[in-house]
Design a protein around this ligand. Structure first.
Ligand code: C5P
Length: 407
């Protein structure tokens, strides 16, 4: 996020305290962050809090009207921002934005800027569900400039359980990063993207299995990147840490455990998908036997009889329509490109991402990755180490270019 210019508009809601974490994380990552607070936001949190976290003075309506600024502040900030994040978005600010009103620093700056705007509403459930609020929300989102971080359900500060909780920082951060990578494009609107993630588990009793160390982070990053670019996303995932799945509330999640489950579900969803990205680490072998009861230690076999697992992606390749795009991953040690070229052909894929799993900051569990993307026309694009989210965006653009180049 080095040098990225992010403007935060804080509305009057208790969720303002969560935005502190975001501002702090972004400032630490090298982004330039500016914050403005509405009058009611200052009843919850002070400009000093945000000034300290962002390493820069925070603005209020007093600055808007101050003669000290030689250029109007809303114009200055509006032109400066690459991304505007309004969090928490109150019913009042939402109503003003949907009518194009401008009566304070925040609303004037929105109108004086042309960058993407990420909106994170937060309010009581009855307020959120009012026809007037829903009308304003839907009206505003007709303008492609505005990106929704939909409120979640849960216990609210008013002790009510329902929809209205502001999206968590863990969900907002990748959305902010996506909008900065892409400039807010929605080039995948109308596409259904089916993604598999995580490491399958091949059980031989209820508590023992053969597995692998995949965390699912790469598949999650692809799902988020696709969602942020307008796609409709289904993520079929092997067991993944709950905290990694929590920010994915706008993605259809289908949990599976074994490769057999994953095979069944992927085949079931195949025909509805435009692109299929098989980033799951599917097992290669499974035990031939399964005991429904936990095996006592004394009955555990010394040698476990194994059988091969069918190759799911190769099966999908044989079943898919020509207009569908099928992308695989090849996690390798040593020379990671040559085997990937062979897999591209052998498995009948449209593209493959070859990534080393024996290099630092790459592969299983890491937040960064290094890869080479290959396709059937011989394109070969090396992606140096970068965040998995950035890699996901670059992969989606690579696949999009297959559509454009070869059709
Ligand atoms: O052959 P290898 O396991 O390295 O291939 C990796 C690619 O194949 C990944 O896209 C993975 O999801 C897929 N795969 C599969 N079914 C298997 C094994 C791997 O779809 N049984």
């Amino acid at each position: 996020m080095q040098g990225k210019r992010i403007l935060f508009g804080i509305g009057g809601g208790i969720a303002a305290y969560k935005v502190c974490h975001l501002v702090s994380a972004l400032a630490k990552s090298g982004a330039e962050v500016r914050v403005m607070l509405t009058k009611s936001a200052q009843s919850f949190i002070t400009p000093l809090t945000f000034a300290t976290l962002s390493r820069h003075a925070a603005y209020t309506d007093d600055d808007f009207w101050s003669p000290a600024h030689h250029r109007p502040l809303h114009i200055e900030l509006g032109e400066w921002a690459e991304l505007f994040v309004i969090a928490p978005l109150t019913a009042n600010t939402l109503a003003k934005l949907s009518y194009g009103m401008a009566d304070n620093l925040l609303t004037n700056t929105v109108l004086a800027s042309i960058c993407p705007v990420l909106l994170a509403p937060a309010m009581n459930t009855d307020m959120w569900e009012q026809q007037s609020v829903q009308r304003n929300w839907n009206q505003l989102l007709l303008d492609s400039r505005y990106h929704a971080a939909n409120p979640g359900a849960g216990i609210l500060a008013c002790d009510r359980v329902g929809t209205g909780r502001m999206a968590e920082p863990e969900e907002l951060l990748p959305h902010i990063q996506s909008l900065l990578y892409t400039g807010g494009t929605r080039d995948l609107t109308g596409k259904h993207i089916l993604i598999s993630a995580g490491g399958t588990r091949e059980h031989f009793d209820p508590v023992r299995f053969i597995g692998n160390p995949s965390t699912g982070k790469m598949g999650i990053a692809i799902a988020q990147a696709a969602l942020h670019r307008g796609a409709n996303v289904t993520l079929v995932h092997a067991p993944i840490d709950a905290h990694l799945l929590a920010p994915l509330k706008s993605i259809r999640l289908v949990p599976v455990t074994s490769s057999a489950d994953m095979r069944h579900v992927m085949r079931e969803h195949l025909l509805d998908a435009d692109w299929i990205v098989m980033s799951a680490a599917v097992g290669d072998v499974q035990p031939t036997l399964y005991s429904a009861e936990k095996l006592p230690k004394k009955d555990l076999p010394i040698a476990l009889p194994l059988e091969p697992i069918p190759d799911i992606v190769a099966e999908l390749a044989a079943l898919k329509r020509p207009d569908q795009r099928l992308i695989g991953f090849a996690a390798q040690t040593g020379d990671f490109v040559t085997p990937a070229i062979a897999k591209l052909e052998r498995k009948g894929l449209d593209a493959i991402a070859a990534n080393p799993v024996d290099q630092p900051n790459s592969g299983f569990g890491s937040d960064t990755n290094h890869a080479v993307f290959l396709d059937r026309t011989g394109r070969h694009v090396e992606i140096p180490s970068c965040s998995k989210l950035e890699m996901a965006h670059r992969l989606l653009s690579f696949v999009d270019a297959i559509d454009n180049v070869n059709r």
